[in-house]
Design a protein around this ligand. Structure first.
Ligand code: SAM
Length: 270
């Protein structure tokens, strides 16, 4: 029987399984990373199109079942047993994954950090998470996750998958998305970028000017600025007025009255 803690819901509908694999536009030289192959419903279809599949599966029992199922083609399937989040990923061209929803966020950022960059990933997620990934400026679900992921990738909604396509059915609806990394990635320090986005999405409908007047935010910027000066051998002006400086920067960019909910990646990069 299936292990609920590992989010084991097997995709039963062959049309959906084929649809997911087709969306990856595989070619015969591709090495595919499959995360959470389960009993192999996607794996068998991927093997028909690609050169090799490297599958990371946490449950050794399912890994054994999958080994049995591939039989003659096992030389083109490599199974790594373990938690994908803690695994050093090998080279791959394409990633296909229908994994449990608890690891959605760590998985997507792990993929985006992977080098060299892969061509695309076709990923199945809980519907709401998927809609956040593809949300555009002005959409209700546009959030920190949307911005951080769209900084590094083009993301597109591929299809809805209702819970009845799985056995046992999960509690929530799912969606498949396709993600294509932007190559080369924008040259930003992700920790700093995420720090900024985090501040602005606490109140995404407030003006940036208002967000940057909050005392804890100003305190943090001042501390960071002092650390920056110290580590770069720069003099710190005694009379520095961080509040005023921050507002000047926003005005010089014409962003003081803008709201995070409506800004695109280029605005955040500015
Ligand atoms: N891909 C199969 C399918 O579509 O029928 C199975 C999908 S099932 C929703 C998720 C699979 O991911 C299970 O086989 C589960 O054991 C595996 N899994 C769960 N957590 C994992 C993790 N952290 N790393 C790797 N595999 C994991």
């Amino acid at each position: 029987l299936f292990n609920k803690d590992l989010g084991q819901h097997i995709l039963k509908n062959p049309l959906v399984a084929q649809g997911i694999v087709d969306k990856a536009s595989l070619n015969s030289t591709d090495i595919v990373l499959e995360v959470g192959p389960g009993t192999g419903n996607l794996t068998m279809r991927i093997l028909e199109k690609a050169k090799k599949v490297i599958a990371v599966e946490m449950d050794p029992r399912l890994a054994a079942e999958l080994t049995k199922r591939v039989q003659g083609r096992h030389n083109r399937l490599e199974i790594m047993i373990g938690d994908v989040i803690k695994t050093d990923l090998p080279y791959f061209d394409v990633c296909i994954s229908n994994t449990p929803y608890q690891i959605s966020s760590p998985l997507i950022f792990k993929l985006l950090e992977h080098r060299p960059l892969f061509r695309c990933a076709v990923l199945t997620f809980q519907r709401e998470f998927a809609m956040r990934l593809v949300a555009r400026p002005g959409d209700n679900l546009y959030c920190r996750l949307s911005v951080n992921v769209q900084l590094y990738a083009k993301v597109q909604h591929v299809m809805k998958v209702s819970k009845n396509n799985f056995k046992p059915p999960p509690q929530v609806e799912s969606s498949v998305i396709k993600l294509e990394p932007i190559n080369p990635p924008p040259p930003v320090n992700f920790k700093e970028f995420d720090g900024l986005v985090r501040i602005l999405f606490v109140r995404k409908n407030k003006t940036l000017s208002a967000n940057f007047k909050s005392t804890p935010v100003l305190q943090m910027i001042e501390n960071n600025y002092k650390t920056f000066c110290a580590t770069n051998d720069m003099m710190i002006e005694d009379s520095i007025d961080i509040k005023q400086k921050t507002q000047q920067v926003l005005e010089s960019l014409d962003l003081a009255e803008a709201r995070a909910a409506k800004l695109d990646i280029d605005d955040f990069l500015k």
